[in-house]
Design a protein. Structure first.
Length: 708
């Protein structure tokens, strides 16, 4: 006979860590305390059980703790592998602390405790069947990912819950698709190549009773779910995307023949489209998100376990993404392997990845400012999408600038990675050309992740020497015909060469006012550089003659710029759309601008073409010029106008006359104009032989200013 209820309440329950010790149950051990009278008489006496090596120093009435039903000490339990038909023995009995092993709830709250074919009362932890049932009950739909319960966190569970709801909705929508719809012959769309109006195609009319299956509803539902997944945490999103991929690959097209309904209504077109989006997103997540290694592998294994239909075979290996710790990838990133290939057991292995994976790796490396690693990776990796990879490689020079290696950056701009590609310089925009020259000139780079990001600049290396910079600038211009014919690029080049190599606090260049060098020096630079530009155009590796940059190097740069502009105009005048910005780029270095005007004056036809371009620019950009003159002040405006008015060539004087007219028409926004009167008097402009027309215009302008 078992112990009475009163005696059982005096038992001591000790938790056992050994589930295989043969004790009653699996998580408790019963110790019968001493008789009550003896305990009262000898409370301090120690009791030792030599067989169990257990010493009891104090006993009190036990409190029964929550436990699984199979561990209950009050009601006996019988174990069987997978009995679900009916309760075994007294397994249906339970105390108020018994929990259901499957539901993880109190036995009294389990709705299927004794339900036939389920019978949770028989569940225990020694049965594989019941363990699988428990895992499915606790993990839900996540069980199909083969996740351990310890792997499942709040994010994974949330993704699983969303996936369950989606599967239910998808089932309803998919069933609607399987039913199809009938279209009357008058409304029947022509699916033939001829594409006749509805009702006029004999072939389609004969098939008017055919059912049309449109996948559009399913496509829209899946698309909404994928949009939702992109807003969730990485783990939840991965579960949602993988689950959606599995569901749509199970869908079948019930049509007996091909129905060309479009990429969203035809299942065999819509499913690959959705799968492309899913796999592309997952590829990036596997690279960008720091999934635990076990979870990473289980996601990939789950996708590989999906049985893909024939119209989705192209996605079979789409998630075979190389992990970051792969030996070939790590050796490339460390610079130990520059080719991206290695031989293993006689087989050549290549670092070959799809474009979304490459984009994700570049994004992560740039985010961590590992610019050397991203350069090594882009130079070594291979991809089927040659254009996409080329666009990423076009950023290599910028990443090299971020490391302070400006010489290697120019080399990367001018020389392609392989002989089949063209150089990055061929695709530079005028803005990129200007930023690169600014980086080379100052040794500084934008703080952002892209070459065109606004924001502060930071110094990362030493500026290029003037001789090296001007040669590399010419090479870039000669490598890209669109840049060569763009006056904005020449203006940027002149402006940067006439600026300090130190950036201002706001990150802007600081223009320099360079004193005019002796005529002999100017002639010497022009003679020494004769033929140099033709050699650079021919991509011959040339060097400037010694002595050009040994002294007055800033002046030499401006003289070379003048000579290069002159040669460009001679060849490309018909293609030029403007020219004013080149004149303005010289800033306060009017001697260099005058030198350019003198060179252009040698050819009357070319001079007329240039003047016409400048006059058109002034007429089109009056507001811009007035704002610029307001910022530069009357001293600059006076010297700029005087430079053109005092030219011996009457054609060039027309530029100065038009500038006077613009100021006269807008005196209300030119409060500084009255200072021009004093400037012209001090310059003796009225006493110079300007010609009758020009002299009349200047006199009229002076009279207007004196009346202010």
């Amino acid at each position: 006979m078992g112990p009475s209820e009163e005696e059982r309440e005096r038992d001591v329950i000790l938790i056992s860590d050994d589930e295989d010790d043969g004790t009653l149950g699996n998580s408790v051990l019963i110790v019968d305390p001493l008789a009550k009278t003896a305990l009262e008489e000898k409370k301090c006496e120690e009791v030792v059980d030599e067989e169990c090596e257990l010493m009891v120093t104090f006993c009190k009435q036990a409190n029964v703790m929550p436990h699984a039903r199979y561990d209950c000490t009050i009601h006996s339990f019988e174990r069987m592998e997978c009995e679900t038909c009916s309760p075994i023995g007294k397994n249906a009995d339970f105390c108020n602390q018994c929990y259901c092993y499957i539901c993880d709830k109190l036995a009294s709250e389990c709705q299927i405790w004794t339900t036939s074919s389920l019978c949770h009362c028989n569940a225990h932890n020694k049965s594989k069947f019941w363990k699988d049932q428990r895992d499915f009950a606790l993990a839900g739909v996540l069980v199909m990912f083969n996740l351990e319960l310890t792997d499942i966190d709040a994010d994974l569970r949330h993704g699983g819950n969303l996936l369950v709801s989606f599967i239910q909705e998808l089932s309803v929508e998919y069933n609607k698709y399987l039913i199809g719809e009938r279209i009357a012959s008058t409304e029947h769309e022509c699916f033939c190549v001829s594409k006749l109006p509805p009702g006029q195609c004999d072939t389609c009319r004969s098939r008017s009773t055919e059912i049309v299956y449109k996948y559009s509803g399913v496509f829209a539902l899946v698309t909404r779910f994928l949009n939702q997944a992109e807003g969730e945490s990485p783990k939840a999103a991965a579960v949602m995307l993988l689950g959606a991929a599995r569901e749509i690959t199970l869908h079948k097209d019930p049509a007996l023949s091909w129905q060309n309904l479009g990429h969203t209504a035809s299942l065999k077109l819509a499913v690959p489209c959705l799968l492309q989006r899913i796999t592309t997103r997952l590829q990036k997540m596997l690279v960008l998100c720091d999934f635990p290694k076990s979870l990473y592998e289980k996601f990939i294994n789950f996708f590989q376990s999906i049985s893909l239909p024939c119209h989705c075979f192209a996605f079979s290996n789409s998630l075979n993404v190389v992990p970051w710790d792969h030996v070939l990838l790590t050796t490339v990133l460390k610079g130990q392997n520059t080719t991206g290939q290695r031989t293993q057991k006689g087989r050549k292995m290549f670092l070959w990845e799809v474009l979304p994976v490459i984009e994700a790796r570049v994004e992560k490396l740039v985010e961590n400012m590992n610019y050397k690693e991203v350069v090594r990776y882009l130079r070594a990796v291979k991809c089927n999408d040659t254009k996409g990879l080329r666009d990423l490689r076009d950023k290599i020079p910028f990443y090299l600038c971020k490391t302070g290696d400006f010489l290697d950056a120019t080399h990367s701009l001018l020389f392609p990675i392989n002989s089949l590609a063209c150089c990055t310089a061929c695709r530079l925009t005028p803005l990129q050309f200007e930023v690169y020259l600014k980086m080379f000139r100052t040794g500084s780079v934008p703080l952002g992740k892209d070459i065109q990001d606004p924001g502060p600049w930071v110094t990362v290396g030493s500026p290029m020497k003037d001789g090296v910079l001007i040669k590399q600038a010419f090479k870039l211009l000669y490598s890209n015909l669109s840049l060569y014919r763009n006056p904005k690029c020449w203006g940027s080049f002149i402006m940067i060469m006439g600026s300090s190599c130190f950036l201002g606090r706001n990150g802007h260049l600081r223009p320099l006012t360079v004193k005019e060098p002796p005529i002999a020096f100017q002639q010497g630079v022009l003679v020494a550089s004769d033929g140099l530009f033709q050699e650079l155009k021919a991509k011959i590796n040339v060097s400037f003659p010694p002595g050009i940059f040994s002294q007055l190097h800033q002046e030499a740069c401006l003289i070379l710029a003048v000579q290069a502009v002159q040669q460009m105009v001679i060849c490309e005048l018909p293609y030029l759309t403007s020219f004013l910005e080149i004149f303005l780029a010289f800033g306060n270095n009017f001697w260099a601008l005058r030198l350019l005007l003198n060179h252009l004056s040698y050819d009357e036809c070319i001079l007329r073409g240039i003047v016409n371009l400048v006059l058109r620019d002034l007429n089109r950009q009056k507001a811009t010029m007035l704002k610029l003159w307001q910022n530069l002040g009357p001293q600059y405006v006076g010297e700029f106008i005087c430079l053109f008015l005092t030219c011996r060539n009457r054609i060039l004087q027309s530029i100065g006359v038009l500038a006077l007219d613009i100021i006269t028409e807008n005196l209300h926004v030119c409060p500084w104009a009255k200072h021009l009167c004093n400037f012209f008097h001090n310059a003796g402009l009225m006493h110079l032989p300007l010609g009758a027309t020009t002299h009349h215009e200047v006199s009229k302008f002076m009279d207007i200013l004196e009346k202010l």
